[in-house]
Design a protein around this ligand. Structure first.
Ligand SMILES: [Zn+2]
Ligand SMILES: [Zn+2]
Length: 342
């Protein structure tokens, strides 16, 4: 006897609803028609058969408590399970789930996500960008119907019902019927009288779009720019998805981005720090004057409002390496030390 609770991954006190829910989840995942392992699927079915039946579950629970693992629950008979039982309905539902999600997948008015690469300078100063991309738009020849003359005839595959009976093939000698959404008419029950040549009956065509985006200075990096109705169009729902632009900043040779701050390094000598120094920093073409005061002691300089979106520009001070320390230099330093400190 196997641990049916373990197989379904549910607690011993699971409700009927929980059992059903978990079964649907697992059956979807392990159904052999969709690439699952038949042995595993069989176990799931058997566990569900027993646990979904009040009487069988009670009996099973008792045996389980007594650790009576030799008990046989009447063997595993697929025909019993599927003839007129609720499992058949459940499995049938699963198929519909599969195929309807397939159809949604084809027809949804989807958002398009694009990366928009800009330079740091463009981010800070603002920029205008032309973006070209492809999207699906409703075919203007057939108004998205897929039919050249907009007339439809009944689908003869499903006789207008939109569904076809289908046989599951997962177990030799065992067959059960399910209804699938008709692939010929995609569940609509009707097909174009004459397929639209412009869109091959799909209802949409690929279109090259060119749009111009105006990025104001200091656009918030974390924001995704949403341009409404510029995504894929759905000929069935007559709706458009959106275009989403994700801003990507190209690496800058001088400035690194940290949060809203810009970080750069400046090289100074200890003497600059002792005596103080006037520095000119090139900030995207703008010259920023920085006064290092006499006896400066910090290892960075912060300039407010020169980052992104109110952030700061932080200049990290790096000491300039000494190229050579000659005898004369050493003597001078010793003398200087005495002069300053003694
Ligand atoms: Zn059909
Ligand atoms: Zn068309």
């Amino acid at each position: 006897m196997e641990d049916y609770y373990k197989i379904l991954g549910i607690p011993e006190n699971a409700s009927e609803e929980e059992i059903k829910k978990k079964f649907r989840e697992l059956a979807k995942k392990h159904h052999p028609d969709f690439g699952g392992d038949p042995e595993k699927f069989k176990k799931i079915l058997e566990a569900y058969r027993v646990l979904s039946n009040k009487k069988l579950r009670q009996e099973y629970d008792q045996r389980r408590k007594m650790k009576d693992f030799n008990f046989d629950f009447g063997g595993f008979n697929f025909n019993d399970i599927f003839q007129g039982s609720s499992i058949n309905d459940l499995i049938g539902d699963l198929f519909e789930d599969f195929f309807s999600s397939d159809i949604r997948h084809h027809f949804e008015a989807r958002d398009i996500i694009l990366d928009l690469e800009i330079t740091l300078e463009e981010l800070i100063k603002g920029t205008t960008k032309n973006i070209s991309y492809k999207r699906k738009v409703i075919c203007s020849k057939c108004d998205g119907t897929g039919s050249e003359n907009k007339n439809f005839i009944r689908c003869n595959i499903c006789n207008g019902t939109g569904k076809v009976k289908s046989r599951s093939s997962f177990f030799t000698g065992f067959i059960f019927e399910t209804s699938k959404i008709c692939q010929n008419c995609k569940g609509k029950g009707k097909i174009p009288e004459k397929i639209c040549q412009n869109c091959q009956g799909r209802g949409y065509v690929a279109k090259n779009e060119l749009i111009t985006i105006n990025l104001p200075p200091n656009t918030n990096l974390k924001e995704i720019i949403r341009i409404a109705n510029f995504g894929d169009q759905d000929p069935y729902l007559k709706k458009s998805g959106d275009l989403l632009l994700r801003i990507i900043i190209k690496p800058h040779p001088k400035f690194n981005i940290k949060g809203n701050d810009l970080i750069a390094e400046i090289e100074l000598t200890p003497i600059d720090l002792v005596l103080g120094k006037k520095l000119i920093v090139d900030y995207f073409g703008e010259k920023i004057e920085i006064n290092i005061p006499q006896g400066f002691n910090d290892n960075f300089i912060k300039i407010n409002n020169k980052g992104i979106n109110g952030g700061s520009l932080i200049l990290k001070i790096k000491l300039k390496p000494i190229k050579k320390l000659s005898k004369r230099a050493k003597d001078l330093l010793e003398e200087l030390k005495k002069e300053i400190y003694e």
